[in-house]
Design a protein around this ligand. Sequence first.
Ligand SMILES: Nc1ncnc2c1ncn2[C@@H]1O[C@H](COP(=O)(O)OP(=O)(O)O)[C@@H](O)[C@H]1O
Ligand SMILES: N[C@@H](CCC(=O)OP(=O)(O)O)C(=O)O
Length: 395
Amino acid sequence: MARVSAAALTGRDQLASAGRLVVKVGSSSLTTPDGHLDPGRLDAVVALLAARRAAGTQVVLVSSGAIAAGIGPLGLAARPRDLATQQAAASVGQGLLVAHYTRAFAGHGLGVAQVLLTAEDTWRRGRYRNAHRALTRLLDLGVVPIINENDAVATDEIRFGDNDRLAALVSHLVHADALALLTDVDALYTGPPSRPGSRRVAHVQGPEDLAGLDVTARGSAVGTGGMVTKLDSVSIATQSGVPVVLTSAARAAEAFAGEDVGTWFAATGRRASIRLLWLAHAARTRGRLVLDDGAVRAVVERRTSLLPAGVTHVEGVFEAGDAVDLVDPLGVVVARGLVAYGSDEVPQLLGRSTGELRGALGPGWDRELVHRDDLVLVRRGRHRVPRDDRTTLGP
Ligand SMILES: Nc1ncnc2c1ncn2[C@@H]1O[C@H](COP(=O)(O)OP(=O)(O)O)[C@@H](O)[C@H]1O
Ligand SMILES: N[C@@H](CCC(=O)OP(=O)(O)O)C(=O)O
């Protein structure tokens, strides 16, 4: 009888055999505590990826560290908290980061490309296509794309705020076979790694395996989201069919070889719509639509689109295409959706039937407020993303 390796049994062989890999490295793994690049650790990451490239794998690097690397050169005492100084630090640090990567990869005979993205680039249809086309062309040309959030233009409302989620969305965008999240701890633990008794979690088959874990401890002084955003990233990736390994840069070579280090998260779903994944995991929404009881039942139980007739109030300032919360009469969020009208247009529509709106305002004003394809339901704090088997590109 043929022997099955341990890596094959756990699914870790998918990492060893991945033809296209997205690797995300956190700020704390690339910079020093006093706010400068750490050349030794940067070079180690580059050597790791170059080895993988030499073995025939296409790699996309999602690198944090721009803000952290700008702290020292700007003479700042600590990681800035306000958006303007973060943007300034990121602009300084990003240049230094990519300059170092360019030299280091060249030492392995590899070219790199800097790609700066915002959240919308991964889910707005036209931008998704552009980003997908540019990244796949770079990979075909043998270049290593180095991605970061476009911090200098991303505003407080739209920015990911952390590269963990960005890396998961990029995995979807480039149709990666696996995602590696490299951080300053070697694995997910049952509690804060520094707490005596915390144990490594080797394998996560689905969200139920995460119940009872304590992931609330703050991360490093330069990292942003701690373990919470990493698990959010894992959820986006695994729900769309991409398995994830979480480990430290130091243990990454062993993990890439399929060895039992770090934490392996099995894929839980097939490829889902990226627009809805983003909607479910977006850090914030721009407004709220208050539904009457009938509309709540229609949206939640019958999965229909939301019509203006079932909405009693609108709150917030948003444009058509923005994410909004759909709340019941008591204010409990029941769904999130991409709204089809701006907040200045919505009040005149509320409570009116589509026939009435067509008669009064003309054709085009009878469309849904939120189309059912643009909705994710929210149950007990969890977002549910419908499966999407479409083979066509994009959201
Ligand atoms: N249960 C846990 N298991 C592992 N790490 C945890 C856990 N809870 C909190 N953490 C913290 O998460 C941190 C990693 O997040 P972060 O500092 O944002 O890293 P990065 O800069 O790589 O994105 C670790 O330093 C660790 O202290
Ligand atoms: N775009 C920011 C990302 C910050 C960030 O997500 O940091 P981390 O939590 O270390 O991955 C930067 O480069 O500083």
